[in-house]
Design a protein around this ligand. Structure first.
Ligand code: ZN
Ligand code: MN
Length: 263
């Protein structure tokens, strides 16, 4: 993975020239600072969304902005809960404001598309709101044919890959926090950040259909993971990564008019 897709590595004059000569798309990875059990780092969501974004950007000739390092509050049913140590979150208003400010600034600088690649479940609707509010500050003429997109990377993992990664049946994305998906991807993309000797076992969390506040802390497994990373390997991580990157790049290539795709 080359580093030349990263916006923060470019000098301003090179960026200015590229914006003048190309219809340039910008991918913004979105993560969180959130406990992911004893075996994965707090920055897992931002690390993974950045790696997926880099893979997609290389295929599309796009750039990757610095990731959102913090996200919206972790919810018990998708991230273990916002009460856990290490989990450090933003309010919805802050996520919306940050999203709106960045879309506005990047569109004003001349990017053609701003693409949010989400890696933290709870962010989604607030990114959507920030995107929508940002567009309100442009009239039709200023905006032209430019637009903004939002996706979560796990939605692009295909059935065939799921069957290989979860031979005993796919449990659902909602309890995947700190489980097989994120652990396998981290083993593939950042193996030195994972300590499998500390990986938790045990059954998946059983959580109610409702959300209760304050949360009943005991409903989150002691490990902080909503399911165990049983069977997570770097090979499965590569399968998940390659599948998601190819599928996202193919989907976006259809959407982006002048994308130079080498899928
Ligand atoms: Zn995560
Ligand atoms: Mn998360």
């Amino acid at each position: 993975m080359s580093s030349n897709v990263f916006l923060d590595q470019l000098d301003a004059h090179t960026l200015r020239d590229r914006l003048e000569n190309e219809k340039l798309a910008l991918i913004i990875p979105v993560g969180s600072l959130e406990q992911h059990g004893p075996h994965l780092p707090l920055g897992t969501d931002a690390m993974l969304s950045t790696k997926v974004a880099a893979g997609v950007a290389e295929k599309l000739g796009a750039l990757v902005a610095p990731a959102f390092a913090y996200g919206y509050k972790s919810q018990q049913k998708s991230g273990g809960g916002n009460h856990l140590v290490g989990t450090t979150s933003l309010s919805a208003a802050t996520v919306i404001a940050q999203t709106k400010d960045l879309v506005t600034s990047y569109l004003k600088q001349g990017f053609q598309q701003i693409i949010f690649l989400n890696g933290h479940y709870e962010n989604y609707q607030f990114l959507y709101e920030g995107m929508d509010l940002a567009l309100e500050s442009f009239n039709k003429e200023q905006l032209g044919d430019r637009y903004t997109l939002l996706l979560s990377y796990w939605d692009y993992v295909g059935e065939e890959t799921l069957a290989q990664v979860y031979p005993n049946g796919f449990p659902g994305w909602d309890i995947e926090h700190g489980g097989v998906l994120e652990t396998a991807l981290m083993l593939h993309l950042s193996p030195h950040s994972v300590d499998m000797s500390r990986a938790p076992g045990g059954p998946a969390a059983v959580l109610p259909k409702f959300d209760r506040l304050p949360v009943v802390a005991a409903r989150t497994p002691q490990s902080g993971c909503l399911s165990a990373p049983d069977g997570a390997t770097a090979e499965k991580g590569k399968l998940l990564y390659d599948d998601a990157v190819s599928a996202i790049a193919a989907d976006l290539a259809l959407e982006l008019a002048d994308a130079a795709v080498a899928v």
